[in-house]
Write a protein that binds this ligand. Structure first.
Ligand code: SAH
Length: 298
């Protein structure tokens, strides 16, 4: 079970994430408000504002809103208008669209707008690479529903949602200022590090399926030196082969660490206690989000 940061609407969800201290940057907040997560959650699923992963089919899930917020904030320094972004394992396409709202906002906007019909003049580009063809099709359709701004980005070839193997990255548009990986790799994929721009950042969960995983932040400095650090314990579905993924059940991604105070105040204290007990094994006292496959993906 995830700790929860629910909202009955997209704006309610973003407000809850903000109260919890997970959304801090005005640019991240504006972009999350500009892209309605509900458009990317299959009909018939539980509320899009619910802070839990939700199945997309084909063994994939749209990650829980709190993990999207964590990754957006980790990359916020790179997600400036004009930046190039790679989203590996783009799944629903939601996060790629939020990235686009930050790096390729509509003309005359600094934050993006789902309702604008104007294109972007920033030069920013986002590519999502997803290996399941059905999910790519769904993500393109959902992106089209975000609004004229997003459709123009695709028409202008500033936003690509493509089928491909995420381990290989996307050399055609490299180097990237920001790279996000939405599934756990066995190790930091070398191709992704090589495709980072100077000053770029890669956020990637690393570790075995169902085992201890860490959200790893890889930075490349202006001289091209690479450093990395472990941000937090997580549990994601694996970055894998299409065949292996289709052979396994879907799972989800949730944070199982202690609740931020704002959430505990909202009547989640009992769940927080339960999850503190589950989430701290062998980990530091730092607030420790942990993505947990609900169902474990097996
Ligand atoms: N971040 C997305 C999806 C998260 S689930 C969202 O929130 O909607 C992880 C995704 O990674 C799944 O869609 C899965 O199909 C994809 N994936 C797993 N291995 C992959 C690989 N080798 N190449 C590309 N995509 C991959």
């Amino acid at each position: 079970m995830s700790w929860t940061c629910h909202g009955s609407s997209n704006s309610g969800m973003v407000a809850a994430l903000k109260r919890a201290g997970l959304v801090r940057s005005p640019a991240v907040e504006a972009a999350m408000l500009a892209v309605d997560r509900g458009l990317f959650v299959p009909q018939g699923q539980m509320s899009a504002g619910r802070d839990a992963p939700q199945p997309l089919g084909c063994g994939a899930t749209i990650s829980a809103p709190h993990m999207h917020a964590v990754c957006l904030e980790l990359l916020a320094g790179q997600l400036r208008p004009g930046a190039r972004v790679l989203d590996v394992g783009s799944g629903s396409g939601y996060l790629a669209l939020v990235f686009a709202a930050m790096v390729a906002p509509p003309s005359g906007s600094s934050s993006g707008s789902g309702s604008s019909t104007s294109g972007s003049t920033s030069g920013g580009r986002v590519v999502g690479v997803e290996h399941i063809g059905e999910l790519v099709g769904g993500s393109v359709a959902a992106a089209g529903r975000v609004g004229g701004w997003a459709r123009r980005l695709m028409e202008d070839d500033c936003l690509r949602l493509l089928q491909g193997d995420g381990f290989a990255g996307y050399p055609d548009w490299a180097p990237f200022d920001a790279i996000h990986v939405g599934a756990a790799a066995p190790a930091v994929p070398p191709a992704l590090v090589s495709q980072l721009a100077a000053g770029g950042r890669l956020v990637v969960p690393v570790g075995p399926e169902g085992g201890p995983q860490a959200l790893v932040v890889v930075d490349k400095d202006a001289e091209g030196h690479v450093s990395s650090r472990r941000e937090m314990g997580v549990m994601y579905v694996p970055l894998t082969t299409e065949h292996a993924q289709r052979s396994r059940a879907g799972s989800g991604a949730v944070w199982r660490g202690p609740l931020p105070p704002a959430l505990a105040e909202e009547g989640e204290a009992e769940e927080a206690q339960e999850q503190q007990g589950q989430g701290q094994e062998g980990r530091s006292s730092r607030r420790e989000p942990e993505l947990s496959g609900s169902g474990g993906g097996r």
